[in-house]
Design a protein around this ligand. Structure first.
Ligand SMILES: Cc1cc2nc3c(=O)[nH]c(=O)nc-3n(C[C@H](O)[C@H](O)[C@H](O)COP(=O)(O)OP(=O)(O)OC[C@H]3O[C@@H](n4cnc5c(N)ncnc54)[C@H](O)[C@@H]3O)c2cc1C
Length: 545
């Protein structure tokens, strides 16, 4: 069973549901051009990347003497991906990017992730590195690194995590000592570094969090450094991969232990100002968080397609009314499962694409749009990745025993999806970010504008009206509550409820733009929207007054 990128749903969302058409840079992209770009990406995704998904899962990567050989086929697939200019899609023309909107890059990136999550991780991390250098690098750094990171000749990584510093980056210990020539010597160990070492590109540019001597304690003492695998004169830098993780899923993505400075210090170059590293790294992480949410949508779609295909073929039992042998897609419970998968996936896709339009507006200087991006980022990262695990799990269920054995591939989606709620800040951390930084810091102002829009769209929905009334009460209680521990306890259910409401808004917009989506939207309102009520009930019942 291959992967068919859902390009008609994708272009429908862009053209008729999100604000894509109102973006100034969408003017040069008529609907035919958009469709042609999506169709071209779909070919690479389904013909080249998707067939490598299962083999990559089975083979994984090999580490020998510090060098990682990627799974068979990845190197050539990466060459084709770069040759097609796909790595450059959303980046500025000034550095040889294609200058296309993020809102067009999102469906394209969804295809890489849906075809092959392990492959898609390499460009995902690279994108974060490009963004960090674009935003905070010096002119020389931009001129030297960006064209090659954008073409894909080089790839970028994100080196935050250390054994004692995961969610808590204040605990980072990696050191950077100033050298006489204005560079730095970096010493330390980073773990879980995605594509920290591989054979697909000529050079690997590590963005590394480290502390300068006498740096203040905690997050205020962390700086950001560029540490290339190969230096400008071609010499090998003092950074090496010393281990590869054995993981539950994404086997073809090398997850590396990176050792810096065992041979006298890895040469590093400071990005921006000293001690501002964490702030800069958040540029990378915020971007990556939305993209991880998109990974959730992508793997959910893949699991859905697989389950639909299997349910159409597998004959089991008799129809309740006909008494005839039927394929399992005739059983109401299987239909319910398939519709749940589809409704969650479409809602997730629509909200991720909606956020990408805000992202384009924000990058054009629209501050109100930036506030929406900030609010939506933890919701999309968390809701779409939890949703992906649920959808992939239902996919296994639809396959029955065949879902639990590896043969069909349904199990791989389930295993692969499981990382998504963990990396790029666990979903618990996202919920804290949403509640404390995005909602309470401005006393709910951003949230009010977020859900005023949703209220407008759902104005005719009686069920939603009750949920909003309940949410209003809950939010008033939250604003009055000064017990931080109690608030943190309800952050996840609050985020989940808001995600469900955002999904309902998008479903309603889809159905009003094209009645083809009416049934799916109705299904969502009957079967998914009640989860919002339950989430806010949970918040309410747990809040101390
Ligand atoms: C396959 C894979 C790829 C990765 N790729 C990269 C990479 O490229 N670069 C990189 O730097 N890192 C990477 N990571 C690391 C990843 O981002 C971390 O694993 C993640 O942020 C969680 O950190 P941790 O594993 O230390 O878990 P911990 O921080 O120990 O968390 C354990 C549990 O405690 C909870 N918790 C911890 N602190 C809090 C808190 N303050 N409030 C509420 N709950 C809390 C968490 O939500 C979680 O449920 C990767 C990890 C994996 C597994």
């Amino acid at each position: 069973m291959t992967y068919n990128p859902p390009i008609s749903d994708m272009s429908f969302l862009l053209e008729h549901v999100t604000g894509f058409r109102n973006l100034p840079h969408a003017e040069e992209l008529d609907p035919e051009t958009v469709d042609a770009i999506l169709a071209e990406a779909a070919k690479l995704a389904s013909d080249v990347l998707a067939p490598l998904n299962k083999t990559g899962d089975e083979h994984g990567n090999i580490l020998k003497n510090g060098a990682v050989t990627t799974t068979p086929g990845f190197k050539e697939a990466y060459r084709q991906y770069c040759a097609g200019g796909w790595n450059a899609v959303p980046f500025p023309n000034e550095f040889d990017g294609q200058g296309l909107p993020w809102s067009l890059a999102f469906p394209i990136q969804e295809m890489w992730q849906g075809a092959n999550l392990s492959f898609g991780l390499c460009p995902l991390l690279n994108q974060g590195a490009v963004d960090a250098i674009l935003e905070h690098g010096s002119e020389e750094q931009k001129a030297y690194y960006l064209p090659k990171l954008i073409s894909g000749e080089w790839t970028g990584t994100m080196n935050l995590t250390e054994p004692q510093a995961g969610s808590d980056l204040a605990a980072v210990k990696t050191k950077a000592e100033p050298a006489k020539d204005g560079t730095y010597k970096v010493f330390g160990q980073k773990i879980y570094i995605t594509y920290g070492e591989h054979d697909m590109s000529e050079n690997i540019i590590h963005l590394v969090l480290a502390r300068l001597p006498n740096a203040p304690e905690g997050v205020k003492g962390i700086s950001l450094f560029i540490v290339p695998k190969f230096l400008e004169d071609g010499t090998r830098n003092d950074v090496i991969c010393t281990g590869l993780e054995h993981k539950l899923g994404i086997h073809a993505s090398p997850t590396c232990t990176m050792q810096f400075g065992d041979q006298g210090g890895a040469t590093g170059f400071l990005v921006g100002e000293a001690h501002q590293g964490l702030k800069y790294m958040f540029t990378m992480m915020n971007n990556a968080r939305l993209s991880v949410g998109l990974q959730g949508v992508a793997i959910a779609e893949r699991a859905l397609q697989h389950a639909e295909h299997y349910a159409r073929e597998r004959v089991q039992g008799k129809g309740l009314s006909s008494g005839e042998s039927v394929t399992i897609d005739h059983h109401p419970d299987v239909q319910r499962m398939l519709l749940t998968m589809k409704a969650l996936t479409m809602a997730g896709r629509a909200m991720a694409y909606d956020a990408s339009v805000y992202l384009d507006q924000a990058r054009a200087g629209d501050e109100a749009a930036q506030i929406q991006v900030d609010l939506l980022t933890p919701i999309i990262k968390s809701w779409c990745t939890d949703m992906a695990c649920e959808v992939a799990s239902i996919g296994v269920q639809i396959h029955g025993g065949m879902g639990f054995v590896e043969e069909t591939g349904a199990a791989q989606y389930y295993r692969d999806a499981r990382i998504l709620p963990i990396y790029e800040g666990t979903n618990g951390i996202q919920a804290n970010d949403l509640l404390f930084r995005k909602i309470l810091r401005d006393q709910g102002a951003a949230l009010t504008s977020f859900y005023t829009d949703i209220k407008k769209t759902l104005a005719d929905n009686v069920q939603a009206a009750e949920i909003f009334a309940h949410l209003d009460d809950v939010l008033s209680m939250i604003k009055l509550n000064k017990d931080l521990e109690n608030l943190a306890f309800i952050a996840v259910p609050l985020l989940n409820g808001l995600g469900v409401l955002k999904g309902a808004e998008m479903m309603t917009k889809m159905a009003s733009a094209n009645d083809k989506y009416n049934d799916l939207s109705d299904f969502y309102m009957r079967n998914i929207l009640p989860r919002a009520r339950m989430s806010f009930d949970v918040v309410y019942l747990n809040l101390k007054t």
